[in-house]
Design a protein around this ligand. Structure first.
Ligand code: SF4
Length: 433
């Protein structure tokens, strides 16, 4: 039996897709690429923007056209919020949302025999427990995503995720550590702790928080490599957390991805974000006190409803003052069923495009400035690929680095002297390979 999958969206989706595929492989299924003929297709959908909704529908239709006898199983955030739409796509057999994925193998095997369609979507109010899915092995990856948390209680006005993923739920510490031990024992040198709102880990536990988890991972996992935190809200950064990371610096990547989203208080208020610019600024200053060379990256929405020219100019000044190592910039797209959808003051396409381009220009300048700080310095890189002697990988502080080496191979940890700063890729020479 052949199986293939397509995982859209975030690292949590990728983690869940890989965990489910692990189970099929354990049952003897052969994993094939999504563009190949297969007996089972799994599509893990995303709903973070209207574009991801469209992409989800497109990938589902693509699968149904490939093999009309195949079992088509859909899951994830888009199908969680739009099950009727997904059920109506001809050829779809199984519709799950963001729960019940641990039943996927059983449902697919039943469908292969009975050819009956099934839809299992939990109501928001029924999403209570953390659904344990386990990764035993990552296929062709040098970085292991480990999911530690699900759900979000923030309800930012533009975001559909809390409705799709439910309230915050944390994974048992023992399961997190066991999985990191498994991946580390397989030689994985970087673990990326992932979640929907990662920093809220433990908020549903008594007396155990994200900082405690990080300390226990370092204490309990033998031969631990480096830990990267996929993303963390500014509100979840505490002195306790920064102290834990700085006391175990050798194990933590010098990189924090802290979504800003809006650059002025007016916009942050309309976004229902849980901080103002002074608070956010203070957190960045604090982090740089602990880690002077740290890379701080972010996400930013441009052209949010109601953003005046003044708001935008203020945002630009604020963003410049933060010296981000990299910004991911997205034009705001209103999502039905979110509070922002009804907000007045829609920004026209031309203005929005102009604002996106302004931020992209700032990003290029600031990103290069940050990388120039490392010329003549040595960074630690995990090799991800080597094509004809040109090797590539990411450093602890998330620089993309390339260097010439005949010997360096995927998953090697090498030290690179940076010679030329570039954005996105810097160039260096290997000093230990
Ligand atoms: S923190 Fe805000 S943007 Fe992030 S998942 Fe939660 S609601 Fe969405």
């Amino acid at each position: 039996m052949k199986i293939s999958y397509c995982s859209l969206g975030c690292k949590v989706n990728l983690y869940e897709s890989e965990a489910i595929i692990n189970e099929f492989i354990d049952k003897g299924y052969e994993l094939v690429d999504f563009d190949q003929m297969s007996d089972v297709y799994i599509i893990n959908t995303c709903t973070v923007t209207t574009t991801s909704d469209a992409k989800s529908r497109k990938m589902i239709r693509q699968a149904t056209r490939k093999n009309k006898d195949a079992i088509i199983a859909v899951m994830g955030c888009f199908s969680q919020l739009n099950p009727e739409q997904v059920k109506k796509i001809p050829g779809v057999n199984i519709v799950l949302g963001t729960t019940n994925r641990h039943k996927m193998v059983e449902l697919v095997e039943e469908a292969l025999i009975k050819r009956e369609n099934k839809c299992l979507i939990a109501e928001y109010s029924d999403i209570k427990d953390y659904e344990e899915l386990k990764i035993k092995k990552y296929n062709h990856k040098t970085r292991g995503f480990v999911k530690i948390q699900d759900g979000c209680n923030n309800f930012c006005s533009y975001c559909a995720i809390p409705y799709a993923r439910g309230p915050i739920r944390s994974r048992k510490k023992e399961d997190v550590i066991a999985e990191i031990e498994t991946l580390t024992a397989q030689g994985m040198k970087e673990i990326v702790l992932s979640g929907i709102n990662t920093g809220t880990y433990g908020k549903d536990f008594l007396n155990y928080n994200f900082s405690n988890l990080l300390a226990d991972i370092v204490k309990e996992v033998e031969n631990l490599g480096r830990i990267r935190i996929s993303s963390i809200e500014a509100t979840e950064i505490s002195d306790e957390l920064l102290t834990t990371i700085s006391e175990n610096k050798e194990h933590f990547c010098q990189h924090f991805h802290i979504p800003l989203q809006g650059g002025c208080n007016n916009t942050l208020k309309r976004m229902n974000r849980k901080y103002d610019i002074a608070y956010y600024y203070q957190k960045i200053v604090k982090i740089r006190e602990y880690f002077p060379d740290v890379n701080i990256t972010t996400d930013c929405l441009a052209g949010f409803n109601g953003e005046t020219e003044r708001d935008f100019l203020d945002s630009v000044e604020f963003i410049k003052s933060l010296n981000f190592g990299e910004m991911h910039i997205f034009p705001f797209s209103p999502r039905p069923n979110t509070m922002a959808y009804k907000l007045p003051g829609r920004i026209d396409g031309i203005t929005q495009k102009f604002r996106v381009n302004e931020l992209l220009t700032i990003n290029k300048i600031k990103a290069l400035e940050y990388r120039e700080k490392f010329i003549g310095k040595i960074v630690e890189v995990i090799v991800e690929k080597n094509e004809a002697g040109l090797a590539f990988g990411h450093s602890s502080n998330y620089l993309e680095v390339e260097f010439f080496s005949e010997k360096a191979k995927s998953n090697d940890l090498v030290h690179i002297l940076i010679e030329k700063a570039g954005y996105p890729v810097s160039r260096g020479v290997a000093i230990d390979v």
